[in-house]
Design a protein around this ligand. Structure first.
Ligand code: HEM
Length: 480
């Protein structure tokens, strides 16, 4: 087979030593968009080190067809024929701390057989059998939010919708994870705060060039350690109590406690349960909250879509609470969610590391190279989307995709490591959107330019200030 070597893959020239990094850090979305426009669907960003693929076939190659050759975590590249991952040499004293912080044993960070076993154990917790309590948590928490919004709407002051959504989704997550051990609103608040402080610490470390070891008592480290202790003590005592009662519970903690390996019958270790819970709270929080934030922004730019959505919600739900059966009738609501995830996918970039040399599109890529793929770029690829910049929920009208799979659409990733909780997230998005749209009209506050900022998730750079207008038909009753 004719093969071309990786150094012939086209790509932008960078600066000596630093390569394209300065351009990338200055404006990642602009830089990557210009790069694929100029060099095509396979781009070299750093020779032998860093490549970008922007063609659905190449994405399928990396995430599906040759998935065993593409590892999520460069420090845990599995050796050939090795069941458990081999750790590459540790990089110093901070390593153990980082492992603890990052939930190293969780599904999201494990590899190879270890990942397969854990995913099989954890995935059932997100099956549709367990969605009813989720629906209750979402409706309860959203209604509580809307009661508060009623007073805010009367003041005429703008509200930061990103902050509001982060708060809302955090309460929904905390309830979904620990409901059976949360006996008071104060307890919910304490645990939500501990989760929030843990996330903030985690966020501050991702992408930071220098991380001060946790053992040095800076205010940030102390805040994190106190939050982490609150969280782990709470989990330990919840687990202990449930073991004593002989009843695991029906929340996500309970489902993880009762998970069993189908071959050995073993459960998850206490450390694994803790790591999973920490990682789920991280992965499920900002992703879902920013998806909602962008949805409200996009709706504020399209009166027609907003009015059609409002009409659907009122005619399906009237004044009653949404139930799980309503989701299949909220068809346009779901189209709006799908389209918002297309235009502003929270997970805007995904990376993999090649375990061995591989060939993509006739080019040989070396082992150890990082391959990036970007849902943000693919969702705007003009070969697959007509007028990709336009918000048009009808792209997702029933019957518009062949076989239900769209080659250039992957807000939840693709292949074996696709998001474990995609349906769980979609339910939250549709329900919150329906509840809010039934009761409020949201208008972009004047003088607030909205620009995407690619961080751990794709967020609006300066938050999203909006004015709330209560609709006449409101159902905002408190249920707490
Ligand atoms: C709109 C909301 C969400 C979006 C856009 C999203 C997106 C994604 C994407 C793109 C991946 C794949 C990453 C990769 O291939 O490297 C992923 C993985 C994952 N997500 Fe989500 N996610 C969302 C919500 C959630 C929620 C609510 C949870 C759990 C509470 C969750 C848990 C996970 C886990 C555990 C993985 C790792 C799966 C594995 O490696 O096997 N996500 N998510």
């Amino acid at each position: 087979m004719y093969m071309t070597y990786s150094d012939q893959i086209p790509g932008p020239r960078g600066y000596p030593l630093l390569g394209v990094l300065p351009k990338f850090w200055r404006d990642p979305l602009g830089f990557l968009s210009d790069t694929v426009r100029e060099y095509g669907d396979l781009v070299c960003l750093r020779r032998n080190r860093l490549y970008l693929v922007n063609h659905p076939d190449h994405v399928q190659h990396v995430l599906r067809d040759k998935r065993d050759n593409y590892c999520k975590n460069s420090r845990r590249i599995p050796a050939k024929n090795e069941a458990a991952p081999r750790h590459q040499p540790s990089n110093g004293a901070g390593e153990n701390e980082r492992r603890r912080t990052l939930g190293w044993k969780s599904v999201a960070l494990s590899e190879g057989e270890e990942w397969r076993r854990q995913r099989a154990m954890v995935q059932p917790a997100f099956s549709s059998n367990h969605f009813a309590p989720l629906v209750n948590s979402v409706t309860e928490e959203t209604k509580a939010l809307l009661v508060r919004w009623k007073t805010l709407a009367d003041t005429g002051h703008p509200v930061d919708i990103e902050r509001e959504m982060l708060g809302l989704i955090l309460s929904v997550l905390v309830k979904s994870l620990f409901r059976d051990s949360l006996d008071s609103p104060e307890k919910i608040e304490t645990i939500a705060k501990a989760v929030r402080d843990t996330h903030e610490f985690f966020d501050s470390r991702v992408g930071s060039l220098i991380s001060i070891p946790e053992s040095i008592p800076t205010p940030a480290n102390r805040r994190f350690q106190s939050a982490f202790k609150t969280l782990t003590n709470f989990i330990d005592s919840a687990v202990e109590e449930r073991r004593k009662n002989g009843h695991c519970g029906n929340d996500l903690l309970g489902l993880l406690l009762s998970a069993r390996d189908s071959k050995s019958g073993d459960g998850l270790s206490p450390k694994q349960v803790q790591d999973e819970l920490l990682m789920l709270s991280i992965l499920g929080h900002k992703t879902t909250a920013t998806a909602l934030t962008w949805t409200f922004f996009l709706l504020s730019q399209s009166a027609a879509a907003e009015s059609r959505l409002h009409h659907e919600v009122v005619s399906v739900l009237g004044d009653r609470d949404a139930a799980i059966e309503d989701l299949s009738k909220l068809i346009y609501t779901r189209q709006v969610v799908d389209e918002a995830l297309r235009i502003y996918p929270p997970t805007w970039i995904i990376g993999r590391v090649a375990v061995e040399d591989d060939v993509i599109a006739g080019y040989q890529l070396p082992a150890g190279a990082t391959v990036l793929l970007s849902p943000y770029l693919l969702h705007r690829h003009t070969a697959y989307w007509r007028t990709p910049e336009v918000f048009d929920p009808d792209r997702f009208a029933p019957g518009t995709s062949s076989g239900g799979r769209r080659p250039a659409y992957l807000p939840f990733g693709d292949g074996e490591r696709i998001c474990m909780a995609g349906n769980f997230a979609l339910i939250q998005l549709s329900l919150v959107l329906a509840e809010v749209m039934r009761s409020f009209h949201l208008e972009l506050s004047a003088g607030s330019p909205v620009q995407p900022q690619p961080r751990a998730v794709l967020r609006p750079r300066s938050g999203l200030n909006m004015l709330l207008q209560s609709r006449v038909h409101t159902n905002a009753r408190s249920s707490r």
